[in-house]
Design a protein around this ligand. Structure first.
Ligand SMILES: Nc1ncnc2c1ncn2[C@@H]1O[C@H](COP(=O)(O)OP(=O)(O)OP(=O)(O)O)[C@@H](O)[C@H]1O
Ligand SMILES: [Mg+2]
Length: 480
């Protein structure tokens, strides 16, 4: 972080004028306060990188404002100005957390030196904060990648091979398979650790705003652009930029992105200055990119630029052997996050979890375990603790397929019947499917029975018989 916004507080107008003129000339954004109370008020409303405060001001002294800033806005650096070089003032200011002090009358070069030093210090502080948060998140449960299956081992190997270099990686996989987790792992294991990891979801941001988010804009670039804004590319400088849902990027922006990747430079919207960028790109998508290239919704040249190293994450149902390990991991997380002392999964429940189709992949499994752990009345999860999974489609069938839907509906309907008392279940069920099917086809063919029989692939006479036995009202279907 560089110093950009500075507050100057002094009751002497000439000092305010000289300082603000000199600093503005160096392109700092400078605001002034006439006394301590106004300074405190301004600090409360806006974020300043640096506050230069006169020690003696009416109402509230510079030292009092310093104390307020240290308590409330510790990220703002404070420089205290004193009228005479008494050691006492200097010591008090520094003891109270001032970054430095200046003795009036001072040379502007002395101030420049302090600002330069502060800029460097701020950059170091920011880097330390970044490292801290990354180390924390690395040891955080949420950041561990679980899975020993063959396919995951292949993923780890590729990850290990590419992490150290700057190659572009394209991660593909269904929703919830861990694409973002892998992207972060690449960053964590690269030499860019400690520098920013910036993620942007290209599908979640309206297309008009996406360009601005990526490349930033200059002040006055468009109505409402009251300040210069750094885009994600700039924010990720020296770090990693994660372009999530890249398949949703509009074509015109794809062209611009391609240029940026080739030239390694950007221009902010409304600006002329060309900025060099040093950013590692990791992209992800849950769409079929080859198909998108085929139907021209994604540029082929950009696809090849991004797909230098592809990592494809398997759906959870294709690595069921990892499910027990994942369940244990999420149970451990639940114990920790919700302070549950002990919670386990019964073998029957584990069996059920292992056979589920998991269309939402690891995310769905994680949420399922979380919900069940919170609602479970005792310490062992049984199949009854997963009501959403009971009556679900068997493995191998897609949730949203017609057969999947029928299967789920049948299971829940049959659960309410006493099967021992039934003797015509087969016919009853078939009638309930045949009737709506024939109704729909008759409506679509405007009751042309010859056409309807063709569509259904049955004999005309058979159709007529069925219409009679099923009691279908042909007139109603004709719209009469
Ligand atoms: N192998 C794994 N081990 C542990 N947790 C995982 C694993 N894979 C995914 N998760 C967890 O599942 C959740 C979803 O993962 P993530 O957000 O990375 O998926 P995604 O592929 O980016 O999904 P989407 O396409 O919906 O954005 C996260 O909470 C993540 O921590
Ligand atoms: Mg994601």
């Amino acid at each position: 972080m560089a110093i950009s916004r500075i507050l100057v507080a002094d009751d002497e107008e000439s000092i305010r004028w000289v300082l603000s003129k000199a600093l503005k000339k160096q392109n700092y954004d400078v605001e002034t306060a006439e006394d301590g109370i106004q300074a405190q008020d301004m600090v409360q409303k806006r974020r300043y990188d640096l506050a230069i405060l006169d020690i003696k001001m009416p109402g509230m002294s510079g030292l009092e404002v310093l104390k307020f800033i240290r308590d409330e806005h510790p990220q703002t650096l404070v420089v205290i100005m004193t009228a005479e070089a008494t050691m006492e003032h200097a010591v008090t200011a520094m003891k109270n957390g001032a970054y430095d002090y200046l003795t009036k009358p001072f040379d502007l070069t002395a101030l420049d030196a302090i600002i330069l030093k502060a800029t460097k210090a701020a950059a170091v502080t920011e880097q330390i904060d970044q490292l801290k948060s990354e180390i924390q998140s690395q040891y955080n449960f949420g950041r561990t990648i679980i899975g020993n299956s063959q396919t995951m081992q292949t993923v780890y190997k590729t990850l290990g091979r590419v992490a150290g270099s700057d190659v572009t990686v394209l991660i593909t996989g269904e929703s919830g398979t861990g694409k973002e987790l892998i992207a972060r792992a690449i960053h964590m294991n690269s030499s860019r650790l400690g520098k920013p990891f910036i993620a942007i979801n290209c599908a979640a941001i309206p297309r008009e705003l996406l360009e601005n988010e990526l490349f930033g804009h200059e002040r006055g670039a468009f109505t409402g652009a009251t300040e210069r804004k750094a885009g994600k590319f700039e924010q990720a400088e020296e770090g990693t930029l994660f372009l999530d849902e890249i398949g949703d990027m509009p074509l015109e922006l794809q062209a611009k992105l391609l240029r940026v990747l080739q030239e390694k430079e950007i221009t902010r919207t409304g600006g002329h200055q060309v900025l060099k960028v040093n950013v590692r790109i990791v992209a992800a998508t849950n769409q079929n990119m080859a198909e998108q290239v085929e139907n021209k919704s994604f540029r082929e040249d950009l696809f090849y630029r991004l797909n230098v190293v592809p990592i494809s994450l398997p759906p959870l149902r294709d690595r069921r052997e990892d499910i027990p390990m994942l369940v244990e991991f999420f149970l451990q997380k639940a114990r920790q996050d919700f302070g549950i002392e002990s919670i386990e999964c019964s073998p029957e429940a584990l069996d059920m979890l292992g056979n589920h189709h998991w269309p939402g992949n690891v995310r769905e499994l994680e949420n399922t375990i979380k919900r069940a752990s919170l609602l479970c009345p005792n310490h062992v999860l049984t199949p009854a603790d997963f009501p959403d999974l009971c009556g679900k489609v068997p493995a191998g069938l897609h949730e949203d397929s017609l057969e999947g839907l029928v299967c789920r509906k049948l299971e829940s309907s049959l659960a309410q019947m006493n099967l021992c008392e039934m003797d015509n279940l087969y016919e009853m069920v078939l009638h309930q499917i045949e009737r709506p099917l024939i109704n729909i086809v008759l409506q679509k063919t405007r009751c042309n029975q010859v056409r309807a029989a063709e569509v259904l692939g049955i004999n005309r006479n058979t159709l007529r018989k069925k219409i009679n036995t099923l009691g279908i009202d042909v007139k109603r279907n004709n719209g009469d």
